[in-house]
Design a protein around this ligand. Structure first.
Ligand SMILES: N[C@@H](CCC(=O)N[C@@H](CS)C(=O)NCC(=O)O)C(=O)O
Length: 211
């Protein structure tokens, strides 16, 4: 087995960041091969051999090839020494998977694409945000936040008192979302979510990777 896993992707990607966070929390040395999936003309042709859907991250370790972040996170959790990133309790493990699914299915699109990209990225490039898209995303963004907060409850992390893969999946999304005024205001309104995000953002790995 080759010593260092390889992550194919870009460091700005929330999904790449989730994997980088897991590797950082585990203390696993790794290499990143930059792949620009948003390049004019689409992802580089050779990337489709690593990820048939042309997305990032793709992952290699020895002769193992993986894509889809939850699978990569699970592999990192199981294959490498270091702190456990998965709760010992069966109910908390189920909540960890539930939180990851909520983030992917209900938070990623409104938080990232409809609000952060429209409000922050597009104006940075000189474009005009789609106000209707933002307005329509706000209730969906709120619902995702409320659902995550309900799972979090009074605990320190989303699936218990210890950090888990779900927190590492959430941190990059919360980091971007909080940069949009609508996201910052929403986080501010949700006291538990706010405390959770503060706890996450103070971690060395999150502070270094989710800038
Ligand atoms: N389901 C995938 C999602 C990965 C994903 O959507 N990555 C984004 C970057 S954050 C991407 O590659 N987008 C390129 C595109 O959609 O064309 C996973 O879990 O890894």
């Amino acid at each position: 087995m080759q010593a260092r896993p390889i992550i194919y992707g870009a460091r700005y990607s929330v999904y790449v960041r989730g994997v980088l966070l897991a590797l950082a929390e585990k203390g696993v040395a790794h290499d990143v091969v930059e792949v620009d999936v948003f390049a004019e003309g689409g992802p580089p042709r050779e990337h489709f051999a690593r990820h048939p859907f042309g997305k990032i991250p793709a992952f290699a370790h020895g002769d193992l090839r993986l894509y889809e972040t939850p699978a990569i996170l699970r592999y990192v959790y199981e294959a490498f020494e270091g702190p456990s990133l998965q709760p010992g309790d069966v109910r908390e493990r189920a909540q960890m998977i539930q939180a990851i699914a909520i983030l992917d299915n209900y938070a990623y699109r409104p938080w990232l694409w409809d609000i952060y990209v429209e409000r922050v990225s597009i104006p940075k490039r000189g474009g005009i945000p789609d106000e209707q898209k933002i307005a329509e995303a706000l209730p969906k963004a709120e619902l995702a936040a409320t659902a995550l907060e309900a799972i979090l409850g009074d605990r320190s992390f989303v699936a218990g008192e210890a950090i888990s893969l779900a927190d590492l999946h959430a941190a990059p999304m919360l980091g971007y979302f909080g940069k949009a005024p609508e996201g910052a205001a929403l986080i501010e309104r949700h006291a538990r979510l706010k405390a959770w995000w503060r706890r996450l953002s103070e971690r060395k790995s999150v502070a270094e990777i989710c800038v």
